[in-house]
Design a protein around this ligand. Structure first.
Ligand SMILES: *Cc1c(COP(=O)(O)O)cnc(C)c1O
Length: 414
C-alpha cells in the first residue's frame, strides 16, 4: 500500500502526530482508513442494513457499539464511521462524534440524553428558535423546565442556578443577533455549579471555536450548514468526551437515530473543502460588513469579525476563525423599505439555512422571540423590524456589494 492510503490517523502512527497539523491539512486527511473503506480516496457509499456473519461464533462475537465492527445498519457502516471519525479528529478534546439526521435532531438528542424530569436547563436567550421550541414542546412536557438568560449578563446568568440546574445551553454568536458570549466565563460558572455545558457551535465549527477546549462538555453542530456546504443535505452532530459520548449514544440508539450513507458521503465531501470555503466566505463577509458599516442606510452591523462591532473583542480573544453569516440593522426606514431592499437583490437568494456556496438574505424580527433580554438594545434604533441576516457565499465580494447597493437604491424608491 502507498503512503497515502495508509497515512496516520492523528494518533501518531508512523511517527508523525497528525494533531499538530493545520486544519486545512487535517480536513484532507482525517477519516480515511483503508481498513474500513478500501484503498480509495473517498469511502464508498455502503448501503447496508444487514451484515452477514460467517458463522454462529462470528455472530456471538459481534459488538454493536464499536466502530469498525459492522453489526447492523442502524448502528452505522463504514461511510458513516468515516465521517464521524473525521469530525472527531477535527474537534480537539472529543472522544467521538454522534451523527443525527438534522441539526435539530442533534440538539434534541443531546438534551434528551442529559436531562431528566425535575431538572432545569438554562438556555441563552439568543438560541436558534427551534432550540427554544425543543425546550417548550419536548422538554417541558417531560417535566424539564427551561429558563432563558441574557448571554451578555454573566451575573444574571449566575443568579439563575439552583439545585435542579443540570445543564446550560449556549450558542455564540447567537442566532440572528450575533451576540458573542464570554463562553469560557459562563462555562466556568456552570461547572462551578455542577451543570453541564452544551454548546451549539454551528457558526464557528471547531475550526473557528474549539468548543471543548473553551469549556463546553458537548459541542453540537448542524452539518447542514458549513460541513455540507452545498445546500443539498440535512445532518447534525454532537461530540463529547468518553463518558458523555456514551450517554448520547445510548439515547440516540434508543431513538433509532441513523443517517444515510449517501448523506454521510456528501457531508464528508463537503468537509474536505470546509476550511477553504470558510476562509473565503469569512473574508468576503468582512468586506461586505465593512462596506455596510459605511452606508447611511445602515444603523448597526452585527458581525463579530468587524473591528468595532459588538462582540469583536471576545471574538478576537476566543475564536480562531469565522464564517460568512452576519446581520445588520437598517436605519430609519420602514419595514416595507426593508422588503424592497431584499426583493431587489439578484445574487442573494431569500431563504433559510446558510453556510452554502450561495449567498442568502432574510429579514429577521428578533424581539418576537426574546424573553430574557432586550432587543433591540437600549439606545438602538427602536424599530425591531429592520434586521437583515446575510449568509455570504463564494461569489465575488465586489459583485455582492454591487448587488447590495442595488438593494439600497430600491429601498429609496417608494
Ligand atoms: C440551522 C441551525 C440548526 C439546525 O440545523 P438543521 O440541520 O437545519 O436541523 C441548529 N443551530 C443553528 C445555529 C442553526 O443555524
Amino acid at each position: 500500500m502507498g503512503r497515502r492510503s495508509c497515512h496516520a490517523q492523528g494518533d501518531g502512527a508512523g511517527g508523525v502526530s497528525g494533531k499538530d497539523r493545520k486544519p486545512a491539512t487535517r480536513a484532507v486527511e482525517v477519516g480515511r482508513r483503508p481498513e474500513w473503506t478500501g484503498a480509495v480516496v473517498n469511502p464508498p457509499v455502503w448501503r447496508a442494513s444487514t451484515h452477514l456473519y460467517t458463522d454462529s461464533a462470528d455472530l456471538a462475537k459481534a459488538r454493536p457499539n464499536e466502530d469498525g465492527q459492522f453489526y447492523y445498519g442502524r448502528r452505522g457502516a463504514p461511510t458513516q464511521w468515516a465521517l464521524a471519525e473525521a469530525l472527531t479528529e477535527l474537534e480537539p478534546g472529543a472522544h467521538a462524534t454522534l451523527l443525527y439526521p438534522s441539526g435539530v435532531a442533534a440538539i434534541a438528542g443531546t438534551l434528551l440524553a442529559l436531562l431528566e424530569s425535575g431538572d432545569t436547563l438554562l438556555m441563552t436567550d439568543n438560541a436558534y428558535e427551534p432550540s427554544r421550541n425543543i425546550a417548550k414542546n419536548l422538554l417541558a412536557p417531560l417535566g424539564i423546565e427551561t429558563r432563558f438568560f441574557d448571554p451578555l449578563d454573566p451575573a444574571g446568568f449566575a443568579a439563575q442556578f439552583d439545585a435542579r440546574t443540570k445543564a446550560v445551553w449556549l450558542e455564540s454568536p447567537g442566532s440572528l443577533t450575533m451576540e458573542v458570549a464570554d463562553v469560557p466565563a459562563l462555562a466556568a460558572l456552570a461547572r462551578d455549579k455542577g451543570a453541564l455545558v452544551l454548546l451549539d457551535n454551528t457558526w464557528a465549527t471547531p475550526l473557528g471555536f474549539p468548543a471543548l477546549e473553551r469549556g463546553a462538555d458537548v459541542t453540537v453542530m448542524s452539518l447542514t450548514k458549513h460541513v455540507g456546504g452545498h445546500s443539498d443535505l440535512m445532518m447534525g452532530s454532537a461530540a463529547a468526551g468518553e463518558a458523555l459520548y456514551k450517554r448520547l449514544r445510548l439515547k440516540a440508539q434508543s431513538l433509532g437515530q441513523v443517517v444515510s450513507p449517501d448523506d454521510a458521503a456528501l457531508a464528508l465531501r463537503g468537509l474536505r473543502t470546509m476550511p477553504l470555503r470558510l476562509e473565503r466566505a469569512a473574508a468576503s463577509a468582512l468586506a461586505v460588513a465593512e462596506w455596510l458599516a459605511g452606508r447611511p442606510e445602515v444603523a448597526h452591523v452585527l458581525c463579530p469579525m468587524l473591528p468595532g462591532a459588538p462582540g469583536h473583542a471576545l471574538w478576537q480573544r476566543d475564536f480562531t476563525g469565522a464564517c460568512g453569516l452576519f446581520s445588520f440593522v437598517l436605519s430609519g426606514s420602514a419595514p416595507t423599505a426593508r422588503a424592497r431592499f431584499i426583493d431587489a437583490l439578484e445574487l442573494f437568494g431569500i431563504g433559510y439555512s446558510w453556510g452554502g456556496f450561495e449567498s442568502l438574505a432574510i429579514p429577521f424580527d428578533a424581539a418576537r422571540v426574546r424573553t430574557a433580554s432586550a432587543w433591540p438594545p437600549a439606545g438602538w434604533y427602536p424599530d425591531d423590524r429592520l434586521g437583515v441576516r446575510l449568509s455570504i457565499g463564494l461569489e465575488d465580494a465586489g459583485d455582492l456589494i454591487a448587488d447590495l447597493e442595488r438593494g439600497m437604491a430600491a429601498m429609496k424608491t417608494a
